[in-house]
Design a binder for this molecule. Structure first.
Ligand SMILES: Nc1ncnc2c1ncn2[C@@H]1O[C@H](COP(=O)(O)OP(=O)(O)OP(=O)(O)O)[C@@H](O)[C@H]1O
Ligand SMILES: [Mg+2]
Length: 363
């Protein structure tokens, strides 16, 4: 699928924008700092995924002094024209439309315009807490299996209740109560672990391919799921934990405590990898996720790359471009000098213009 038009009204630093996108391949969004390059990617992301990838509260994206912002993205899917629209209000209300028809919930908004974003923030997934890695995995699985979201939510709610029951016990034996929670938990644990296992298998398969291209065959990446409960005899394992849980006053094992470990050439990336290696690794993982989503949807998603070129050497840049051939991609950059392919979109102070020529030489 590819985007053909982006319209903005009072979004971030844009007053109005009506931008025709002509290239179903590589689009380079270029310009100086603070001009509105990332804002453009953010707008597309909100239209596709119902929320920003930069801020929690979307009302921050409304242009200062205005009370609402509007985004419309036209895209072509199997040769047909589609439109996704979002109206963002100050009162935290958002309303969505797909092909002109109002969509009631964000869930219904998903799965139409498919985009995958990579931003400098994503490097945190590799470096920081296990919670971020679980969120990454859960987010990707949710895109292809909406029912997974329900299992996760229910599991999380029961874990919260079970934790509360353990804490309230104040040393009293509450094993009977915990056993009752465990009966409810086991099915959700089974569903979550199975989905994560299946997803990890696909992720590993795709990431090898992508990463060997981007790293010029120099690196091998593996993503290993580190689980605290095995998939067989879940109830027996939960039973064996009851005593420890009462001693430690919390649910000590389960999908909420699991982690994903990324390895580069057999070594833990978190402790060993350089900035550029981590960035390339996360980029390869995101591109792998894009292909998994594409397989499941039957359409290749659009790739949004925010500022990927900083920290990548010339070889990795060239290999990256090779690895995304065939996908519509929007890349923001302050440079442009090294890019000899793609269509340029120049952004200056909340104005964006297709420069209508392949970028060559200085921007
Ligand atoms: N709600 C808003 N209303 C008006 N302007 C805003 C709003 N939010 C952000 N801006 C402005 O948008 C400008 C551009 O932001 P953006 O992040 O898109 O820049 P950029 O071109 O990606 O820059 P960089 O190269 O530094 O990443 C900033 O100067 C910021 O002050
Ligand atoms: Mg930016």
């Amino acid at each position: 699928m590819h985007i053909t038009k982006i319209k903005l009204i009072r979004f971030r630093n844009y007053e109005t924008l009506d931008l025709q996108i002509k290239d179903p391949g590589l689009n380079i969004i270029y310009g100086k700092n603070a001009q509105g390059k990332t804002n453009l990617l953010e707008a597309v992301h909100i239209c596709a995924n119902g929320k920003s990838f930069r801020v929690r509260s979307d009302s921050k994206t409304i242009k200062e002094g205005s009370d609402k912002a509007y985004i419309s993205v036209e895209y072509s899917k199997s040769g047909r024209k589609n439109t996704a629209e979002v109206l963002i209000g100050r009162d935290r209300r958002k309303s969505f439309k797909q092909n002109g028809i109002p969509v009631q919930t964000m869930k219904e908004m998903l799965g139409h315009l498919l985009v995958v974003v990579f931003s400098p923030e994503d490097i945190k997934t590799a470096k920081e807490s296990p919670g971020l890695r679980r969120a990454f995995l859960d987010g990707e699985i949710s895109k292809i299996r909406p029912s997974y979201v329900d299992a996760l939510k229910k599991y999380g709610a029961i874990i919260a209740q079970k934790n509360a029951a353990i804490r309230k016990s104040r040393g009293k034996d509450v094993s009977e109560i915990l056993r009752a929670f465990n009966v409810q938990l086991k099915e959700y644990i089974r569903v979550i672990l199975k989905n994560r296992r299946v997803y990890m298998e696909k992720l590993n398969e795709y990431v090898q391919k992508t990463h060997s291209v981007i790293s010029g065959g120099k690196e091998k990446i593996e993503a290993a799921y580190r689980q605290t409960i095995r998939e067989d005899d879940i109830e027996g394992q939960l039973e064996a934990l009851i005593e420890r849980e009462q001693r430690e006053f919390s649910c000590v094992a389960g999908p909420h405590r699991d982690d994903v470990e990324f390895m580069i050439n057999g070594r833990a990336a978190q402790e060993y990898a350089s900035q550029g290696q981590l960035r390339t690794m996360m980029l390869s993982l995101k591109i792998a996720c894009l292909h998994i989503l594409g397989d499941s949807a039957g359409h290749k998603p659009v790739l949004l790359l925010d500022d990927v070129f900083s920290e990548l050497d010339a070889d990795r840049k060239a290999s990256l471009l090779k690895s995304i051939a065939g996908l519509q991609t929007f890349i923001t950059t302050t440079g442009g000098t090294e890019l000899t392919q793609g269509t340029g979109i120049r952004v200056t102070a909340g104005q964006a213009k297709v420069t209508n020529k392949k970028i060559k030489g200085k921007s």
